[in-house]
Design a protein around this ligand. Structure first.
Ligand code: ZN
Length: 325
């Protein structure tokens, strides 16, 4: 029987579940709502595993579950409740009432070992098992979505620190008097380097420059990172300058990060990384400019090699494979 793991990507409205073998092939997959109680969610997971085991030929043996979820903590086994139904308010348990011990509860419900981690750490392991980092032992993975997440792999292991919170670059400081961040502080990296950060940069530039731009007249809520990419590709100087500034700040902070773990490569993942050379070219150029000369100045800056729509499930599965080494 082929050994497989279950990878589950938990989102705000739905979860994707995949049965994944060691080669990274998704043998079977399904998705279901997360707008239910935790108990119902666990029941859906159990049913999905039973259905997959009944349907798959050749037969499979499920040896573990990996779960990637927003703000999940691998050490405490908790995650950010994706909705009020998961808050645990109705029963005694988690001290703050909002962060159920998801890992233990799921493991009890389905009778399998469960590994839980945040999306960025899961994606980093996904790259190591199935993607761009398959031959790497030391690398940094940065996810560029609406925010900025990161995972640090050192000597083949994710870095967790004392409490599971190590390696979060999104809230390192770029400018102590800079942009307001949702975390309550100022000048965090993700307020500049993320889809939302890029939009804020465009609006600052539009206010500072008199240059004509197709982005003038677009409201903040209507503007998307893709519109900025398309404008830059069409030659709009405001959009081009916004990518240049984004790459400059990211390059500077990656150069700082290199001093912490001296990686073999840095991988960029996520929607904004999909802007291709618009983001990679300035980031690589400034990384090379700002990096301390004792480190390799030609440090590879790589795109993700995970298939976009399956990346989260493969990342979650990689957590489970890593737990079964
Ligand atoms: Zn912040």
């Amino acid at each position: 029987m082929e050994k497989v793991v279950i990878g589950i990507d938990v989102g705000g409205t739905s979860a994707k579940l995949g049965v994944v073998n060691r080669a990274g092939t998704i043998r079977w997959q399904t998705s279901f709502s997360t707008q239910s109680s935790l108990e119902e969610f666990f029941a859906r997971v159990g049913e999905a595993i039973q259905t997959a085991q009944a349907q798959l030929i050749p037969a499979v043996e499920v040896i573990g579950i990996g779960v990637g979820a927003p703000a999940a903590n691998a050490r405490s086994g908790t995650l950010q409740a994706v909705n009020m139904n998961w808050s645990g308010n109705a029963r005694p348990g988690p001290p703050d009432g909002r962060r159920p011990n998801f890992r233990e509860a799921l493991s009890r419900a389905v009778g399998l070992p469960v590994v839980l981690d945040n999306d960025a750490n899961a994606t980093a392991l996904g790259e190591m098992y199935f993607g761009a980092a398959q031959h790497l032992r030391d690398f940094i993975l940065v996810t560029l979505g609406t925010g900025l997440g990161s995972g640090f792999v050192v000597n083949g292991n994710l870095v967790y620190g004392s409490d599971g919170l190590a390696g979060e670059m999104g809230h390192i400081c770029v400018d102590m008097n800079g942009r307001d961040c949702a975390c309550g502080r100022k000048g965090c990296l993700e307020t500049y380097v993320s889809a939302n950060g890029l939009k804020r940069t465009v609006f600052e530039l539009l206010a500072q420059r008199r240059t004509e731009s197709p982005l003038r007249g677009v409201s903040y809520h209507a503007l998307t990172a893709r519109m900025v990419s398309e404008a830059a590709e069409a030659g709009d100087p405001i959009a081009a300058e916004a990518f240049e500034l984004t790459g400059k700040i990211l390059g500077l902070k990656l150069a700082d990060a290199v001093a912490h773990t001296s990686p073999e490569a840095i991988i960029l993942f996520g929607g904004l990384a999909g802007a291709g050379k618009l983001i990679f070219e300035p980031t690589a150029r400034y990384l090379k400019q700002f990096i301390l000369h004792i480190y390799r100045t030609d440090l590879p800056l790589l795109p993700s090699a995970l298939p976009g729509s399956d990346a989260a499930v493969l990342g979650a599965a990689a957590l489970a494979w890593d737990n079964n080494q």
